[in-house]
Design a binder for this molecule. Sequence first.
Ligand code: PEP
Ligand code: MG
Length: 595
Amino acid sequence: MSEPVGAELRGVAASPGIAIGRVHLLRREALAVPERALPAPQVAAEVERLHAAAGHARARLERIHRSVSSFELPDAILRTQLMILEDRQLLDEVARHVRERLINAEWALRIEQERLNALFDAMRDEYLRERRTDVNFALRQLLLSLLGRELEDVGALDGPTVVVSHDLSPAETAQLDRARVVALATDAGGRTSHAVIMANALGIPAVVGLETLSATAHEGDLAIVDGRAGRVLLRPPAAAVRRYAARARQERARERALLRCADLPSETRDGRPIELRANIERAEDLAAARACGARGVGLFRTEFLFMNRSELPGEEEQVRQYEAVLAGVAPWPAAIRTVDLGGEKLLLPGLRRVEANPALGLRGIRLAALPGEAGARSSLYASQLRAMLRASPAGTLRILLPLVTGVEEVVAVRQTLAELRGELEGEGHAVAERIELGAVVETPAAVGIVDLLARELDFFSIGTNDLIQYTVAVDRENEAVAYLYDSGHPAMLRAIRAVVEAAHAVQRPVGVCGEMAGDPLYTLLLVGLGVDELSMNAPAIPRVKRIVREIEQPEARALAAGLLELRTAAEVGEELRKEMRRRFPDEFEPTSRVP
Ligand code: PEP
Ligand code: MG
């Protein structure tokens, strides 16, 4: 094959690692939508045809769902698609277009799809925008059924394959031969897109947001995917292939070596334990957490349980989830965060509220601390807190409260917990004797009153993602001010030090559960600032542990003290990078030097 040498595309680094393989293009054929006017007497039959097609599409997705366990396609993705096709409101809207406009179901479906896409266009939250892909894939399944078509063929793969696509549909992905896919690369997508979830589940490199990749690549092109640098090289010169192949071998060897340390203790060379825990979103994440050596769960974000559904999860369903997590990590603790709905995370249709400034609105613990039936006694919180208490005998439960800004919020939840405990015991349920209660320190108010909160709480976990946003007054989703969003801001360093000092004065442990905890660049600094625990996405644990095991407290403290003297985030970042590169050249080698 004669291949003109090279194109290099840059996108969003979504899953680390290097892969070299041949491109397989997943191109979805544009489906022609027939447009027919309907005589009024045919409307009822057309609506029936719509419902039958939805049933057919659901059955097809269920078949895929049952057949994919070997591929390890995250269950939740397919369930989301099924739920969209089960959504009565959606089908009712399409049926309404059929009735009111007297048009065929395919046409009506396209009108509804355009309307939904316009709504998605208006959303700012990256996670929500990504859900547009879910809706469009589900609607495509429905359209295929209306057209009397079956699932599209993704084609056979041969040898190590880089799957290239505009975006990735779960149904298509499910059909790919897992043994041959070495990397995923897509035009579309942010950090929460399917390709990212898939790649993380499969442990393969991925780059998303490459914009023009699927138009630039040809079937069978040689491609290098550098998931850490967010780069894809098409038809690379032989020398680049050799260099990347060598680096891929090195990375794999390092990865294996790091994973071999999964069972070694996480403690500094001079013997201070730094507990490394996992951030999870569902019980299924525990397998990866264990494999990476997590000791316990430092943050279970329970919002996932509440997403993409029309009704609140019931108490029983929650008990099962929480028990699975608690038992799965015992004897280590699991910190389950009460649902952090509100602001951009308000995802239940019944709870949707329009706020001019949602980041500062009714969210987090504020919803639980509302008086009476609206707050912790509402069906939302009471069922969650009851479920946590009922699950507590399965392991070591820590309850984590998001967005705390005042002592009274904590007091209100504590009071409700005591009442619920009494009720549950009266109903014959066992509840663990000791359950720790803690707060996510993610507002400057919480930082300022840690000593007061400590009287009501057993532990603290610094949520740096929000703490940066609220400290520097920078919307964490707003690209225009992203340059100001910096973990190394002197105000952040001071805040972390202040929290540790106040909490340690009364023997309360302090963890960090924001993204900063999983970035090895900050490990030495956080240890130097006195943090006791770091909780992160599981794949980050081996790298962070390696650093913890190679440092000593006095040098960490000296580094932190030095950085606390600096005046700007840029100075802190520069100094920190220089120091970490000197100590761990293999970890902090600038990626730009490689090709
Ligand atoms: C945080 O704010 O740092 C945090 C851990 O929570 P989330 O990212 O879910 O807001
Ligand atoms: Mg937060």
